[in-house]
Structure formats: C-alpha cells, structure tokens
Design a binder for this molecule. Sequence first.
Ligand code: UCC
Ligand code: FAD
Length: 568
Amino acid sequence: MTGFYQDGPQLENQYHDDGLLRSFLDRVLEGKARKEVENDLARFADRLLGDVGEMAADAEAHPPELVQFDAWGRRIDHIETARGWQELERVSAEEGLVAIGYDRKLGSASRVHQFAKLYLFNPSSAVFSCPLAMADGAARLIEVLGDDELKQNALAHLTSRDPAEFWTSGQWMTERTGGSDVGRGETIARADGDVYRLYGSKWFTSATTSQMAMTLARIEPPGGEAMPGSRGLSLFYVETRDADGQLNNIVINRLKDKLGTKALPTAELELQGTVAKLVGEPGRGVANITTLVNVTRLYNAISSVSLMRRGLALARDYARRRVAFGRQLADQPLHAETLANLEVDFNGCFLLAFRGIELLGREECGEASPDESAVLRLLTPIVKLFTAKHCVASASEILESFGGAGYVENTGLPKLLRDGQVLSIWEGTTNILSLDCLRAIDREGALVPFLADIRKKVAACTVDELEPCTRRINESLEKIEAYLPEVMAEGRASIEAGARRFAFALARTYAAALLVEHAGWMMQERGDGRACVIARRWCQNDLAQLDVLDADYLQHTQSLAMDEPLTT
Ligand code: UCC
Ligand code: FAD
C-alpha cells in the first residue's frame, strides 16, 4: 500500500472542546453547582469517547428487527434490539439522564445540568435520546396530572437511577389519518370496569420497546358514538406488557424503513383491546398531552444544536488534517468563512435552546413569573422549529466540508444529515409549530412579554462594541410590531401564510438578544471579544424579513405551489 492516505477526523473530550457550553454554564450557574456540573460533564464526555461510544456503534451496526412468530408459529411480535441499545438504557439510568431533572438537587438549574449532559450525549447515543425525551415528557405529565398510583409507579420508574427499575416511554399520537391534525384520530376507548380498552392503529410509534406509553383515544359511550374532532380525544396511560411479559393486546405490524434514526425502533401498531388508564379529564387529551410534547420539543432543540456542534468539531479537526492547493483547508479563506458562518449559526441556536431549558427549570420549580411562563410557551415552538431547520442546513454544509468523504457512509458523516432531517418533522413540523406560535400569541398573549424580554436584554447591554447589534434588534422589534396590525387587517390566510417568516423573525431577534447578553458578559467578565464578533455577524443580516402577504400575493402563491394558471 503506497501513496497518500488521508487521516480521518478525531474527536477530543467534547466538554473540554466546547467553549460556548463552558462559558454559558459559567454565566448561569453558581460557584458550587458549577463545579459539580463541571466534574460530571467532563467525566461523562470522556465516557462518551469510551464505552458509551462503543454501545452506540453496536446499536447503529445492528438495527432493530421485528420477529413476528416463534419457531412454532405463535405470534410473538418481539422487537430484537442490539446489545448496545440495551446497554444505553442502563447507562441512561446510571447517569441519571432523566433523573437529574427530577431530583432537582440544584433547584431550577438542574434542568440546565441535565440538558447539558443530554447535549453531550445525543450525538453519541444512536438517538437513544428519543426514548429519554418521551420518558421525561411522560414524567412531567404525570407530575402535573397523574394520580398517586401513577406517581408511585410510572413516575418512580421513569426517574429511577437503578437500571433494573428504569423505564422509558412511548408517545403514540400519530395515526394514518394525520400526525399534524391529531384530532382526526380513529382510536376508540371502551370502558371495562375501572380501566379502558383501546382499539385502533398507531402509525408511527418510536421506542416501541418502552415499558409504557402515553396515547390518545376517544371514549365511546356504551351503545353511543364517540365525539369526533380533537375535543373528543382523551389521554391514556398504557403499559406495553402485562405481568407475564406478554404484549398488552398490541400487534406490531412492521418496523418503519427510515432515512435515519436507524437504531431507534419505530413501528406501526394495532391496539386490539389494549388495557389503558384514563389520565386527566375526558375530552382534554390534546390539551393535556401538550405538557409532554412541550418537553420533547425542547429535547428536539437540544438535539439539533448538539448535532450542529458535533459536525463543527469534526469539520474543524478535518480542516487541520486535509491539505488542498498547498495549504490546510483551515487556512483557505473561503473554507474558513464557511465554518465561521456555521459557528455563528450554532451560537445563536445554542443560546436559544438553552434559554428554553432555563425557563423550563424555573417554571417547574415554581420560580417563573407569569411573564416568564408566557415566554416559555412561545419560545418552545420557536426554538424547536428554528434549531431543527438550522441543524439540517448545517449538517448538509458539514458533509460538503468533507468533500466526497462526507457522502460516504462508513465515515459516519452522512448520519448527521439523516438523523438531523427528522428533527424538523417529528414533534410537530415547521409549519405546525409556526402555527403554534400564533396559538400561543392569540390564546396566551405571549408576544408582549416575549418582546419585553428582548428589550430588557438589550437595555442591559453597556458594551460599546455591541451597539450595532442593539440598533439592529430595535429596528427588528419595530418591524415586528408594525407587521402585526397590518397582517391582522389582511385576514387569516395572510396570517397563516406568513406564520413561518414571523416565527423566524421572532427566533432571529430573540437569539440576537441572547447573543448580545452573552457577549456583554464575556466582555465584562473575561475581557473576551469573541462573542461580540459572533453577535455582530448574527446581526449583520436583516433579523425580521417581514412583508404582509396581500390577497394577490396569496393567489399567486396558490398558482405557484400547485403549478396552476394565474387567475389574476
Ligand atoms: O413525533 C413524535 C415523537 C417523535 C419521537 C420523539 C423525539 C423527541 C425528540 C428527541 C430528539 C432526539 S410524537 C407526535 C408529535 N405530534 C405532534 O407534535 C402533533 C403536532 N400537531 C400539533 O401540535 C397541533 O397543533 C395540535 C394537535 C395540538 C392541534 O390540535 P387541535 O385540537 O386541533 O388544536 P387546538 O384546539 O388549538 O388546541 C387544543 C388545546 C387548546 O387548549 P384549550 O382547549 O384549553 O383552549 C390549546 O391551547 O391544546 C392547547 N395547545 C397547547 N397548549 C395546543 N398546543 C399546545 C402547546 N404546544 N402547548 C400548550
Ligand atoms: P401531515 O400531518 O400529513 O403533514 C404533511 C405536511 O403538511 C407537513 O409538511 C405539514 O407541515 C403540512 N401541514 C399540515 N397541516 C398544515 C397546515 N394547517 N398548514 C400548513 N402546513 C400544514 N408520531 C408519534 O405519535 N409517535 C412517535 O413516536 C413518532 N415517531 C416518529 C418517528 C419518525 C422517524 C418519524 C419520521 C415520525 C414519527 N412520528 C411519531 C410521526 C410524526 O410526529 C409525524 O410524522 C408528524 O407529526 C407529521 O404528521 P404526518 O406525517 O401525518 O404529516
């Protein structure tokens, strides 16, 4: 073997390597807590390069398989998962990946600790972070709505650090009728003594090997018809297996053949009399399950930023190893410009996602003011949709930064794009979340405190270098405020068609304020101007690209979308 062979990228300890994570934690955590978190994260990041990395590699190499029959022809519907996948469940319990958020040893900052750990874990987890997300969402739901029995049983399992006791959860909402419009679901619940039995199909169920699930069904009164629409749906708790380990009248039709998330079992289920327990008030299922969904959406955001950061770490290392046209890629001005832009995007997305986490912690510990709760309500769909879109774009650019190697499976790089792509689809698509922003504004008056929060951060900035940013943010706030009455006068179609631009404008402007806040702190506490440069670059572009879409525009849109002749 002669000739040139390129070295591949290497990863260092991803806690020590991540300046933004460390400086963010320095800023938001107090002395003793900061030290404890530092020790835990630095140790865990080492482990991710060792045994946990091997477990994830095994899980990726051996995707789940559905075994429908035993040797004697009995229907068993057993999902065989890799040993690595099973070990990741053990590690998740031992490391307290859900438990940290519920022990609350650091009060509201426990959520920051937990999600910083999940942020390190996700890109090394073969997407085991998905069952953890749903376990955490279910734990929060039970904390808020569950009765004593659920708290003593399911909640104790979901938040256990003992691998023998630890459970994960599924979240079965999507049916063939629709995953966005959940209210079209067909699953029926019939009362049977003090439990219910569920009949219907669930079209996408990730982490189907979980011990429990939260799901939706409509209660059918004896001899009557169930109420249609989303107001007819109720929330149910299901244990997937009985005391003998048999499936709870659940048939697994098949596993999905997916673009990515290959190690994660995602199935199609038939519920054929599945025993279930009603949770919360009948008919409030959709509203009630949003407590779970709002947690998993924040997991989604942290996963997005973690993949952005992992891609950058790999691309940077490679840029020092790869030579083209007489110098390292790192020293090619246009390559450096490409990576620098990704760094700026990553910083904005990171601060947005972790702002959501800080507010979640405050809300759960009863420390959030009503205004902060409203900000959290609006920020949750915003951070989910914005970080997911940036994650996909960033993954595509990262692959390209490796040239052809980025397209070759056994470099491990295509996984960044394949696993990133799902983040804008599940847990509510970009459009559905853009519309959810409107819901949060309409029903919970969340815009006023949201914009006030931005203003407060801008007003607190005393660093001269950030003046171009604060000016740009103020301009953007003015545009947002001017847009609203105009678009409302135009009518509902215009409001909806503009909802994605509007959500992006809010995301960019809020992120700009967070970048200014962080940069101001870095400058004042550390004399470090790097974050100021990042904030200025973020603010170079128009933060709020908002035009009111009038009737003509909307008619043209319809023609362009469906390739139909123009009618005006
Ligand atoms: O995809 C899934 C799992 C993937 C795997 C997990 C990965 C985790 C991340 C890990 C990373 C590695 S599970 C399926 C996810 N499916 C969705 O997210 C559904 C998307 N569709 C929506 O979100 C829709 O907007 C619906 C279903 C909520 C629309 O329902 P309705 O009933 O038509 O809408 P309404 O009538 O506006 O809302 C019903 C109630 C209202 O409250 P009330 O009745 O009091 O007025 C709303 O205010 O629900 C309330 N509500 C909310 N409340 C609706 N959305 C929310 C919300 N987000 N927060 C609080
Ligand atoms: P549709 O609802 O049919 O949407 C199709 C398109 O129409 C989307 O682009 C959407 O944005 C757009 N659209 C719909 N309504 C509007 C509107 N009013 N305005 C503008 N645009 C609109 N679901 C679960 O319940 N549990 C799971 O565990 C789970 N795991 C999953 C795992 C994977 C890998 C994937 C890919 C999906 C999973 N899902 C799960 C399903 C996922 O949540 C849904 O696919 C998603 O919510 C979209 O629903 P849908 O597929 O029915 O698309």
